[in-house]
Write a protein that binds this ligand. Structure first.
Ligand SMILES: *Cc1c(COP(=O)(O)O)cnc(C)c1O
Length: 398
């Protein structure tokens, strides 16, 4: 059966060039980069090349890159690291209601330890308002952590404006850029970013590796203690195969971004328009323009998202009902609820995220099979008419 992967925001395949350099460092260049002999120097060379490649994509200095075990660890390192280092200056952190759980749950842990956390609301498109941010600032504020692109709806936050405000007020600014790297330009200097999170497996690199950009002059309390690796920020022998893979993936992402993202934006728009033309009561979640080129998130009224996912899977189409991390839980997405969707509509939402493997034929296939799936599920639902009335009150009904 034909299989179509439309879940690139959950994870991506590893590109052959990436796998190739990883294999080389697994089998031949297996030295410990801290060793002085030639084996160690070979590994060290791979490590430092990767640092250059990562730094180049975000306009940072190589010394400002700290490799981690992934995006989650980098988010934890940034938030807990700032909290522990600067708590004497203040104990207030500002974040948003639509962050990834790696940020939200970390902030919750700090809240239990006496920090005050402000969760900024978002507008109907999932974007914060600068006015809310300005009003939330206090002399106690030590950190603003707001993601660049949202993993569920793809909306892009006004990062440069936030960075400029934070810099003006002398507050540290962290952004989770896991979903924007390789999709839209990221420039830590131009955007006044102090700390930035990236992950390998969302950009055709391996899983279990990521990085935190730490601007020169910003100090963090480490999470992991031991040897002096990664400038003492992250002890433990470096995951060299993963790191060289991440480096290569970042380099390729930079080279291919313009052409690939133009191509995917066209497919994205074709998918959104095509489904809205073929199926009634379908609304787009997230901003129509300020969104990454790879994200489609739609609400199908009067249908369960999970049922759609299963039916799509039977046709070989892999989509998601929000973030991979919340799949399996019955709560609707915190992102969609924060955007003002009612529970019913939030439950009927599907995320399809495009990537490297997808072609025009894939989109055509999805457009062919999707309408019948929705029609069958809607007809099966005895509550169809009732739900229709209930949802009449929903804020986002258009
Ligand atoms: C996937 C993701 C993460 C977590 O990254 P891992 O490398 O899987 O730990 C963090 N933030 C966002 C926005 C993500 O999409």
């Amino acid at each position: 059966m034909r299989r179509i992967y439309l879940d690139h925001s959950a994870t991506t395949s590893v590109k052959p060039e990436v796998a190739e350099i990883m294999l080389e460092h697994l089998i031949q260049k297996y030295g410990n980069p801290s060793s002085v002999h030639s084996f160690g120097r070979e590994a060290k060379k791979g490590l430092e090349r990767a640092r250059d490649q990562v730094a180049a994509l975000i306009n940072a200095q190589p010394e400002e890159i700290v490799f981690t075990s992934g995006g989650t660890e980098a988010d934890n390192m940034a938030i807990i690291g700032v909290a522990n280092k600067y708590s004497k200056r203040g104990k207030h952190i500002i974040t948003s209601a639509v962050e990834h759980h790696a940020v939200l749950h970390t902030c919750e842990v700090l809240e239990k330890k006496g920090f005050k956390v402000t969760l900024l609301p978002v507008d109907e498109y999932g974007i914060i308002r600068m006015d809310d941010l300005r009003k939330a600032l206090t002399p106690e504020t030590i950190l603003i952590t707001i993601m660049h692109a949202n993993n569920e709806v793809g909306s892009i936050q006004p990062i440069e404006e936030i960075g400029t405000l934070a810099r003006e007020k002398g507050i540290i600014f962290h952004t989770d850029a896991v979903q924007s790297l390789g999709k839209i330009p990221v420039d830590v200097r131009k955007m006044n970013i102090d700390l930035l999170t990236g992950s390998g497996h969302k950009i055709y690199g391996p899983k279990g590796v990521g990085f935190l950009y730490v601007k020169k002059g910003i100090k963090l309390e480490p999470l992991v203690f031991g040897g002096g690796q990664e400038n003492k920020y992250r002890a433990g022998t470096e995951n060299i195969p993963g790191i060289v893979g991440l480096g290569k993936a970042m380099e390729l992402a930079g080279e291919e971004m313009n052409t690939e993202m133009t191509r995917l934006a066209k497919l994205r728009d074709c998918l959104i328009k095509g489904l809205q033309q073929r199926i009634s009561n379908v609304t787009l979640n997230g901003h129509p323009i300020l969104r990454v080129p790879t994200n489609v998130n739609l609400s199908f009224e009067f249908v369960e998202g999970e049922s759609m996912l299963l039916s799509l899977d039977m046709k070989g189409i892999a989509a998601s009902s929000g973030s991979a991390c919340t799949t399996g839980s019955l709560d609707p997405s915190h992102v969609l609820l924060a955007m003002g969707l009612c529970h019913e509509v939030a439950h009927g939402s599907i995320r399809m995220t495009l990537g490297h493997e997808n072609t025009e034929e894939d989109i055509q296939y999805v457009l062919e099979v999707f309408p019948a799936i929705v029609e069958r599920l809607r007809n099966m639902s005895p509550l169809y008419q009732e739900k229709r009335k209930e949802c009449a009150e929903c804020t986002l009904k258009k």
